[in-house]
Design a protein around this ligand. Structure first.
Ligand code: 3PG
Ligand code: MG
Length: 412
């Protein structure tokens, strides 16, 4: 599998007008809306460095309508200014006259950040590709640009206008981050070195449980080690009773438990479950074997026996992928499981990939980012791709490349 898309090398960028779709969606501090993690902003630097001769307008989103962190991109723009060498301005408009004038007035080497693209309601309608090319967003902005660049790998699982609409009407290239992400994932998809071990944890069980079956069926992973709430879903599938508070926290997971049940019987021995957890009692950590979970407080980390088993399996592996923490590592005393697996990944000689904002951020805090083979800016998009799903934004880039090869002179 190799994606046939165009890259920045395929285009003359000198004094060209470029629409750059980034994913600089960041966790925000709820008290003051300050950015808590600038990892995705820093990850945009290689592409911005390649565009210093161009006139660049950036399009991105922050969160989704209805959430408290659904804000403007003003702070992100200020952060981008610290990261890149170009002069960066911000305009609090996405596609109205103010935004369009700001784009028209751009000079070579300048960057303007347009406001949160999800402020336009039509960006949230996941639609068929032809419709996305006819949205107001695309109709109003596309005529102002020579080239569309997609560097938003972390949003490429969404069929939205800013991702799928523009590459239908403009020449389109993948940015540097997109190239890096896709080549790391290609290594995982095509002949991964075995034994291959995946660690899946964290909270979003509805995203993670459905991808497990495909990952096992296609032998991308020999074993999947589960932690966090993902582990709790599998324990429920085996009729293990959890503590009352954990049961409450999980909410309705009927579908996930059914899927987990099927996975356990279809792929015996390939899901490795925790045998103990770090649970809370009166604010203190108590390491608790599975059989005593029903009478324990919340399980916030994998226990020491599980941690030893997981790190042993990591050490024996040639490929290791981790998405989602083993527990609530932000809580004092409950970081040891997540920390140990990340540290063994850093020490391993295997090809190691960490995905998802929480794990990536924590690897940074532990100072081990440089010792991992690849840190993905994506969570959901990476997992969808590993599960063999088609990513609409990538499909759109590939289609744009085919079109361009047929008619290159007309377009550039
Ligand atoms: C993410 O952080 O997961 C991406 O930015 C995509 O955001 P979404 O899940 O709200 O589409
Ligand atoms: Mg997401």
């Amino acid at each position: 599998m190799e994606f046939q898309y165009l890259t920045l090398e395929d285009f003359d960028l000198h004094d060209r007008s470029v629409l750059l779709r980034l994913d600089i969606n960041a966790p925000l501090d709820p008290s003051n809306n300050q950015l808590l993690d600038d990892g995705r902003i820093k990850a945009a630097k290689p592409t911005l460095d390649a565009l210093t001769e161009a006139r660049v307008a950036i399009l991105s989103h922050q969160s989704r309508p209805g959430r408290v962190d659904f804000t403007s991109l003003r702070r992100h723009a200020a952060e981008l200014q610290r990261t890149c060498s170009q002069r960066v301005t911000f305009i609090d408009d996405v596609m109205g006259p103010a935004a369009r004038n700001a784009v028209k007035e751009l000079r070579k080497g300048e960057v303007v950040v347009l406001d949160n693209v999800r402020f336009c309601a039509e960006e949230m309608l996941e639609e068929k590709e032809e419709k996305l090319a006819k949205t107001n967003l695309v109709k109003r902005l596309a005529p102002l640009f020579d080239l569309y660049v997609n560097d938003a790998f972390a949003t490429s699982h969404r069929a939205q206008a800013s991702l799928v609409g523009f590459p239908q009407v403009l020449p389109a290239a993948a940015g540097r981050l997109m190239e890096k992400e896709l080549s790391a994932i290609e290594k995982l998809m095509v002949n991964p070195a075995h034994p291959s071990t995946y660690l899946l944890g964290g909270a979003k069980v509805e995203d993670k449980v459905p991808v497990i079956e495909n990952i096992l069926a296609t032998r991308k992973a020999d074993h999947i080690l589960v932690g966090g709430n993902v582990a709790k879903v599998f324990l429920k599938a085996m009729d293990t009773r959890l503590g009352e508070l954990d049961e409450e926290d999980l909410g309705d997971i009927t579908d996930e438990v059914l899927k987990a049940n099927r996975i356990l019987s279809k792929y015996p021995g390939r899901i490795i479950l925790p045998s103990d957890f770090g649970t809370v009692k009166k604010g203190k950590r108590i390491d608790t074997p599975i059989k005593r979970l029903a009478r324990s407080g919340r399980a916030l980390d994998i226990g020491p026996k599980t941690t030893d088993r997981f790190t042993e399996l990591i050490n024996e592996s040639k490929t290791v992928v981790a998405a989602g923490p083993m527990g609530v590592f932000e809580e004092d005393g409950f970081e040891s499981g997540t920390k140990a697996v990340l540290q063994s990944m850093a020490e391993a000689t295997a090809f190691t990939v960490v995905g998802g904002g929480h794990m990536a951020g924590y690897a940074g805090i532990l100072g081990i980012s440089q010792r991992l083979s690849h840190i993905s800016t994506a969570g959901g998009a990476m997992l969808s791709m590993l599960a063999g799903e088609e990513l609409p934004a990538i499909t759109a880039l590939v289609a744009a490349a085919k079109r361009h090869k047929r008619r290159p002179s007309r377009e550039f």
